[in-house]
Design a protein around this ligand. Sequence first.
Ligand code: GAR
Length: 201
Amino acid sequence: MLRIGVLVGAKGRGSNLMAILNAIADGTLNGQVAVVIGSLKGAPALEAATLACVATVVVGTANRTDDEYGEVLLRAIAKRDVDLVVLAGYMRRLPDALTTSYAGRIINIHPSLLPAFGGHGMYGRKVHEAVRDAGVSETGCTVHVVDNEYDHGAVVAQRCVAVHPEDSVDDIAARVLGAEHSLLVDVIRDICSGLRPLPLA
Ligand code: GAR
């Protein structure tokens, strides 16, 4: 069974992580979350993982160079024989040690139709604010392969949602988040079943 490591955001709410765990629990996803890694103790996503009896690790960034942080992160993942790394609400650029060692084995969920509304500084709610300000009629989410540039690797899959003129940023965010949960689980399911073999191109 494919072993998945999930990296969550510092204060991550963990809804994408929960979508993965729920799909495993209800038998629609044949994988195993081997570890959830965050950078801040007590983050909601880490608490959710603990409640679901999944191992958690905190790898802090304070007092570490990017290289040191990368080495510790790499060790935490390698130690658990992870086949696939999923970034779910992880907002940093991944250190090179990881993108090199796990090339084609790391995916990220981003809340826009990349390359639109992506890149450094474009994350979370900021993405949806930019979408509303741009006045576009459609947005969505993207699962992409992670390399060492922000939101840059090959697109694996995307899902579109409509943006209505009367939508608030919260309306857009909620609609996209629903699409994220199903898209991320669908992509991981395809990887687990071998339909999308690792490493991803
Ligand atoms: C999600 O919307 C995810 O797409 C976004 O952070 C949120 C995390 O929510 N990620 C990025 O913006 C990465 N650039 P969650 O903690 O509930 O899964």
